[in-house]
Ligand binder design. Structure first.
Ligand SMILES: [Zn+2]
Length: 338
């Protein structure tokens, strides 16, 4: 596959060595100033039975990046990209409910997408005796889960989306989820039933566009509301990405919906998103893919495909918010080969 985010040789301080969870926790705990978390008042109150409940947590953007960007929109924890990502997720879940209600399904469900307090995690580099390394997706998710536990923020039925800023972290890529916390409502393996997912806003903002940021935020959230069984029942493929669509709007333009983002392009540099997810590359298996031959313009729409809406609806109908299944499969987008 095409390499994903910058490889170790291009990310100046990176090394392929892995970072243990303990190291990350030690690094976080050891940096008292960094570890301080300001709670957003009321942001993490207990919730009722809202079927589609998502909390979005920003990570701090380094001062250096803010200064380089010189954009007012990067002030504070809730930058313009973070706010637009949250709005995109909210809009996507509303589309699902609209789709369902038109068919007299999920009539009592509601959407709640809210702000969680910012999370401090080492995302770009972690110091260890052998040098400086880049945390993996697993390490980032472990640290995130630990933060949520400390805050008592796990509800048993919430998707927690870490909207992180790690543009050079090739190991996180665009983001993803890992079993057994990969799907909402699954309490396998002693997990709480909450799902954790990561969207690397720093990567999509630096390498792609705001439209890709919005789409990948939706994409990483919806992974937690779709099982491979359900995807299989909708599109005949267990791959969540095949629920997406790539529709030609003219000879040179392909319009890509959220679940196909990072997967709908040609396997070459710059053909679609800057980096391509691995696997799921068979475009014939997408809910619709009009082919990318001759395409020069790649548009990203936050409008979900009907297949995506159907899959989320079906997932919620089948699983409700409690289930005995296996905690979901790993989904890792824009991943480099390690
Ligand atoms: Zn994905």
């Amino acid at each position: 596959m095409i390499p994903s985010l910058p490889s170790p040789s291009t990310a100046a301080t990176a090394s392929a060595a892995s970072v243990s969870r303990r190291e990350v926790l030690a690094a976080v705990g050891g940096a008292a100033g960094v570890a301080t978390v300001s709670r957003a008042r009321g942001a993490e109150r207990p919730v009722g039975d809202a079927a589609l409940h998502v909390r979005v947590y920003p990570t701090s953007i380094p001062l250096r990046v803010r200064l380089q960007a010189g954009v007012a929109g990067l002030r504070g924890d809730w930058t313009t990209p973070h706010r637009e990502a949250l709005d995109a997720v909210d809009g996507a879940l509303e589309q699902v409910l609209e789709y369902a209600r038109e068919r007299s399904r999920l009539e009592d469900a509601e959407v709640r997408v809210e702000r969680g307090a910012p999370v401090s995690l080492p995302l770009s580099t972690v110091q260890r005796p052998s040098g400086v390394v880049v945390p993996s997706l697993e390490t980032v998710l472990d640290g995130f889960r630990e933060r949520l536990r400390e805050r008592d923020a796990l509800t048993g039925s919430t998707c927690h989306l870490l909207a992180c800023w790690a543009p050079l972290n090739y190991r996180v890529g665009y983001g993803g989820t890992l079993s057994p916390n990969a799907r909402v409502g699954i309490d396998a393996g002693g997990t709480s039933g909450d799902a954790l997912t990561v969207a690397n806003l720093g990567a999509t903002e630096l390498w792609d566009s705001r439209a890709v940021t919005a789409n990948m935020a939706i994409h990483e959230t919806l992974h937690t509301f779709v099982s491979s069984d359900v995807a299989q029942s909708v599109v005949g493929s267990g791959c969540n990405h095949h629920l997406g669509t790539a529709v030609r709007t003219d000879e040179e333009t392909l319009r890509i919906s959220p679940m196909a983002s990072a997967y709908a392009g040609r396997a070459e540099f710059g053909a679609g998103t800057r980096f391509h997810g691995s696997g799921c590359a068979d475009h014939d298996r997408f809910a619709r893919h009009d082919g990318s031959e001759g395409v020069e313009n790649w548009e990203y729409t936050t409008t979900l495909s009907d297949a995506t809406c159907e899959a989320v609806t079906r997932y919620l109908e089948r699983n409700g918010l409690s289930s005995d299944d296996d905690g979901g499969s790993t989904e890792h987008d824009g991943r480099s080969s390690e």
